[in-house]
Design a protein around this ligand. Structure first.
Ligand code: NAD
Length: 318
């Protein structure tokens, strides 16, 4: 399947990117990682991949792409915090828009076969009147993060039209699973798992009735694999269509971990969407993709990982 091809994963030391790297290596791609380790971790780096410690906003990244000549680019490097994007929209735009433009420009120059872009679905459609949002629901992001991810997707479309640089954009729901950083501001599942296992009271922003569409990182990786050969020039929601409240997540993880206490509540955060779910029927049709991991199973895998450091999930992708 790899046919001697080389794949570049930007953000390959991060949560989703490191799972992507592992899967590509399993499929016998040559894998190159570009990451500035701002939120990514050395321990996530697969030693079988070539690692470039570099920032996609720097000109030198173009030299690396020129040298490496990747056939495929999985563009996952980004400033990923909604709160940070609100505090510092210029830095957010620099990483997510200008950085993406550098990736596009360098890819065009070396004749990359295809770019598969990690976009957001959860932060793209604003607070929709009805859910689930369809793939053609008009984007209306309410945070600078949602805006920068959307603008970057529009640049993908521009490069496709202008230069025939092939792309697929995948708009994820709330991704969760092993290796998600429990110390970040996002990733409520990782945060709850770690807190409950440490016997610390998890904090819920707002009253916990806010709803998200939670999707396993393993399903997200398989959507990226499916997009290698399908879905050219298109955008797809990658999610489950099910909305689950933060309170429900709290209860489900509490049942798995045996944690006994109620949550703490803090004020709701700026720029957060209240209720969202994403319809994935276009991905089913064009990518032959569907979410395979139930929330119950995915939460169990995630708790097991935070408890033992071992990824029971690995065998699922093999
Ligand atoms: N986790 C989710 O729920 C979710 C949902 C929708 C979309 N996404 C997208 O998926 C991608 C991966 O997200 P993640 O959850 O794995 O986050 P992450 O923070 O774990 O990964 C991002 C990686 O990019 C690297 N990075 C950031 N800025 C960089 C720069 N300027 N140059 C080079 N490397 C840089 C970080 O060090 C990190 O390794 C992002 O593009 C994000 O916007 C994630």
């Amino acid at each position: 399947m790899a046919d001697g091809r080389k794949a570049l994963v930007t953000g390959g030391a991060g949560f989703i990117g490191s799972h992507m790297v592992d899967r590509l290596l399993e499929l016998e791609y040559d894998v190159v990682i570009m990451d500035n380790l701002s939120t990514g971790k050395i321990k996530n780096l697969n030693p079988e991949a070539v690692f470039h410690h570099t920032d996609i906003t720097q000109k030198t990244m173009g030299d690396i792409i020129q040298r490496e000549q990747p056939d495929l680019v999985f563009h996952m490097a980004a400033q990923t915090s909604v709160t940070e994007s609100t505090k510092n929209p210029i830095d957010d735009t620099n990483s997510n828009v200008a950085g993406t433009l550098r990736v596009l420009e360098a890819s065009r120059r070396v004749g990359v076969e295809k770019i598969i872009y990690s976009c957001t679905g959860g932060a793209l459609y604003g607070d929709p009147k009805t859910t689930p949002c369809m793939d053609d629901t008009v984007p209306a992001p309410v945070s600078p993060y949602g805006m920068s991810k959307w603008i970057a997707e529009q640049y993908m479309e521009f490069y496709y039209r202008q230069y025939r640089l092939n792309f697929t954009s995948l708009r994820y729901g709330n991704v969760y699973g092993p290796r998600q950083d429990p110390n970040g501001e996002a990733g409520v599942i990782a945060i709850f798992c770690q807190s409950m296992l440490d016997g610390k009271q998890p904090q819920i922003y707002g009253d916990g009735t806010q709803e998200r569409d939670f999707i396993s990182v393993l399903d997200v990786v398989e959507a990226n694999i499916a997009a290698i050969d399908c879905g050219d020039g298109k955008t797809f929601n990658i999610a489950t269509s099910d909305a689950t409240s933060v309170n429900q997540i709290f209860e489900m993880i509490r049942n798995i971990t045996g944690y006994k206490w109620p949550p703490l509540h803090a004020p709701q955060r700026t720029g957060e969407v209240y209720k969202i779910a994403l319809d994935w029927s276009r991905a089913a049709k064009d990518l032959d993709w569907s979410p395979k991991i139930s929330l119950e199973e995915g939460l169990q895998m995630t708790v097991d990982y935070f408890k033992t450091g071992i990824e029971s999930s690995r065998s699922q992708t093999g």
